[in-house]
Design a protein around this ligand. Structure first.
Ligand SMILES: NC(=O)c1ccc[n+]([C@@H]2O[C@H](COP(=O)([O-])OP(=O)(O)OC[C@H]3O[C@@H](n4cnc5c(N)ncnc54)[C@H](O)[C@@H]3O)[C@@H](O)[C@H]2O)c1
Length: 331
């Protein structure tokens, strides 16, 4: 199978591409290597793929640029798309909303158009737990209304699902949206809590803890997310008129991919300190705009339909992240 992976130099994209290659699929990876966080990390992830895998081709392109996307894929016959490229990050969306319109809205349209015209067998795309906002009942259920986003990032992610629904309905392209819950692990993102906390703990700097530590997150280890993405890719929703998870009657399903294990932020910080061999110093601060207080995924539908079965608790995943972080940064 030839799979297009967008955001292939990103955290989740690089891991997914490697897993697809390992099982024998061919992969074309697209990324524009933008400077939201250091490009050197994106290049290092790519080096794990380029050269080591003959079935991999990297196409540097902006997928929101229709002509560049078409040029990158000339002559290729793509079987499926895993669309993981996006402008991520809740806090950045407060100062830079246009980045999200470009990559997440215009970009999503171009990927939908590609899926439609190339007639791909399945489009799997990334959504986010942030679509639930801060009002939904826990655990978060994909059937719940999700139209009260508390960040513009979340608004674009929910829009991705609604745009996908219209294309699945009109053009019957099978699609699956995956709402990821706080993914962490080796090759992770420098803007996310595990990295920022590890950096500060190892330097002996205080950790800013928002909402005075009254936060809960359903942290999901990268290997579990990759297993969920591949399981979803292999199971395109049927075009049978039956209601799918998320409520669609078109061939479009939406699943939560979390860990089903909400953890107090304070316990997460303690595990980081333990793995680093340092007692963290906490700086307790008020809630930040755009943040939600708690996430906890209902993963029942993903277990049932995809065989999704996350197996990595924080007590295993955090030391694995810290080992990688120390080796990568030399700290
Ligand atoms: N990591 C998480 O915890 C998490 C949680 C929820 C949702 N998500 C979603 O999962 C997906 C992957 O996230 P990630 O953590 O790997 O983020 P990431 O920032 O590491 O990866 C995204 C990649 O997309 C690329 N990109 C952005 N805009 C592009 C464009 N217009 N054209 C080409 N490439 C572009 C970036 O250069 C980057 O390498 C994103 O859609 C994100 O919103 C991630």
């Amino acid at each position: 199978m030839l799979v297009l992976v967008t955001g292939v130099a990103g955290f989740i994209g690089a891991h997914v591409a490697r897993a697809l290659l390992a099982r024998g699929d061919r992969v074309i990876g697209i990324d524009n290597l933008n400077t939201y966080y250091p490009v050197v990390l994106k290049q290092a992830r790519l080096e794990q793929l380029i050269g080591t895998a003959p079935k991999f081709r990297f196409a540097p392109a902006d997928f929101a640029d229709r002509a560049a996307l078409a040029a990158a894929l000339t002559g290729e016959s793509i079987d499926a798309i895993v669309h993981l490229g996006a402008q991520a990050g809740v806090r950045h969306s407060i100062e830079h909303p246009r980045d999200y319109v470009h990559s997440n809205l215009v970009g999503q349209l171009e990927i939908l158009e590609l899926a439609r015209h190339a007639g791909v067998g399945h489009l799997v795309y990334a959504s986010s737990s942030s679509v639930y906002g801060d009002t939904a009942t826990l655990p978060l259920d994909a059937e719940a209304r999700a139209d009260r986003p508390v960040s513009f990032y979340a608004a674009t992610k929910r829009s991705n699902e609604i745009m996908a629904e219209s294309y699945a309905h009109l053009y019957r392209v099978p699609m699956t949206g995956l709402r990821f819950f706080t993914v962490y692990g080796p090759w992770g993102r420098p803007d996310m809590a595990p990295w920022r906390f590890a950096e500060r703990v190892l330097r002996g700097e205080p950790l800013p803890i928002y909402n005075h530590g009254r936060m809960q997150r359903d942290f999901t280890f990268i290997d579990d997310i990759v297993a969920g993405v591949l399981a979803a890719l292999d199971r395109p929703p049927a075009d049978d008129g039956a209601a799918k998870p998320g409520g669609s009657r078109a061939p479009h399903a939406v699943y939560n991919l979390g860990n089903d294990q909400p953890e107090a932020l304070i316990d997460f910080v303690a595990l980081i300190g333990k793995a680093c061999g340092v007692d963290p110093v906490l700086e307790l601060l008020p809630m930040q705009p755009g943040d939600v207080t708690a996430t906890w995924a209902d993963i029942g539908p993903a277990r049932r339909d995809l065989g999704y079965d996350p197996v990595t608790p924080l007590a295993i995943g955090i030391p694995r992240f810290i080992d990688w972080y120390r080796a990568y940064t030399g700290q």
